[in-house]
Design a protein around this ligand. Sequence first.
Ligand SMILES: O=C(O)c1ccc(O)c(O)c1
Ligand SMILES: [Mg+2]
Length: 594
Amino acid sequence: MRTSIATVSLSGSLTEKLTAASRAGFDGVEIFENDLLASPLTPEEIRSRCADLGLTIDLYQPMRDTEALPEEDFARALRRARHKFELMRRLGADTVLVCSSVAPQAVDDDDLAAAQLSRLADLAAGSGVRIAYEALAWGRHISTWDHAWRVVRAAGHPALGTCLDSFHILSRSAGPEDVEGIARIPGEKIFFLQLADAPRLAMDVLQWSRHYRCFPGQGGFDVAGLVRQVLRTGYDGPLSLEVFNDVFRQAEAGPTARDAQRSLLLLQEEVALAAPPAPVVPTGVAFAELLTPDAQPVAALLGALGFTRTARHRGKPVDLFQRDQATVLVNTGPAERRDGTRLAAVGLASPDPAGAVRRAEALLAPVLPRRRAAEDAALEAVAAPDGTELFFCAAPGADGPDWRADFEAAGPAPEAGAVCRIDHLALTQHWHHFDEAALFHRSVLGLRPQESVDVADPYGLQRSRAVTSDDGGVRIVLSVGAAPSDDTVHAQHLAFGTDDVVAAARRFRAAGGHLLPIPANYYDDLAARFEFADGELETYRELGILYDRDAYGEFRHCYTRTVGHVFVELLQRDGGYRGYGAPNAAVRLAAQHA
Ligand SMILES: O=C(O)c1ccc(O)c(O)c1
Ligand SMILES: [Mg+2]
């Protein structure tokens, strides 16, 4: 179906918004009045700019407070409408959105509302304009889709139809039964469909709408379920995104527009309007790659954690460190990318690397140019929104290039030690890419986003959201924190799972490693909350091990010091524990600040 986006959803001048929408592949736009008023371009210039960019102007909006008014107020509304219809002629836009009245003088009288909308539609028809009437969720008397539709039906005017907006509908809906009736609206009377998602928040609906809308798939609404009902009507207008969001208003328009288009691609797949290559869910983490200007402290940290340097890349300054199932690559080049140790790349074990790349391209993930020699394995990679390079590696038994063959043995094989695997990777996001990142990992990789968690940081707030495969083979924690300048705390981290974190912590300390000290008050509180075996709590206190428990099992974890922008977590996950120790995060963040 045709895709469209409201200019209010993007940051910048009208020209910047239109350019971003066009580059992201949208077919059309909704022009928001404020964007037009603030633009130095004439309506004719806006029209030709859109045409040059391959965009149609699908909607002009909004007109407000036009129905169910005392006659003298309605006369003023008609006067405004004459001006706007003339403007729309110059713009080449034929559909205008009219929001339900919020004015205190509006009366609760559906007959009057229908009669006045009909008169407005007469005037519109004379200018070749159609009116799409939308119930604002906070409309004074008309605030639901079915009420707006009843009034439109009663008016019975060919130039009057309804505009359905998923935010207004789903913010007030208690369940799917509230939207089933939409399928019975004749499709040709739905003049426009606006789509937005939103996180589930208990707050005033106007504030919720104006500040927290997000793209479909980023919030908690069943937007796909609503679209399915609308499609049953035969509606064939555009799928148009209308998102009022404080973060997107400040973020760069180009990436936001691409994020927006990705959300519509996923939505169209969900409602069977499109069939892009199916997601290929990664089954594990083949490697984590640290990029560092100085390999020595990284090698020392990995050595104390029990890793051995077992191989070296044939052509690049990359060492391979191994411990049991965990592989870490340490890359010391190229020099221009050396801005302190960071987690630069992740190798994902994929059952079908070629299919994973096709999926990524279809979902607009930037495929990275290969930086490899002819003899190297032909690994493909995409860039996540935070810049992390995600490589698609063949999972054991899968077809695909063998990246291990690029490495030659450089040291003794590792001792058969305790179990160690990469449990999760925590990647810090730029604040305006947080929602985009969750949608990216969901749509491109087929990972499942978990609930978002907010944790108090002594100097702000840290928000994090895990994206995981169903069996836990891949767990990535996306986080966005306060004080982004404090890199020692808001660093990325690598979490290694073992089956005995106490032994792992002791081994690390004995090898000269430093574990993050945790305040005694934390252990007093643990003693109050849980019962422990004799001596257990004392062990945790001595080593700085944190503890948590959920309905499924137990979690014990501790942290190393930060090297560059990276630190390590050692953990033990027992009995199917699902979380990441969120109740301990505030104490950990404070300890890291200290
Ligand atoms: O918040 C508003 O006023 C507003 C305006 C136009 C819309 O289409 C809408 O959904 C909300
Ligand atoms: Mg709307």
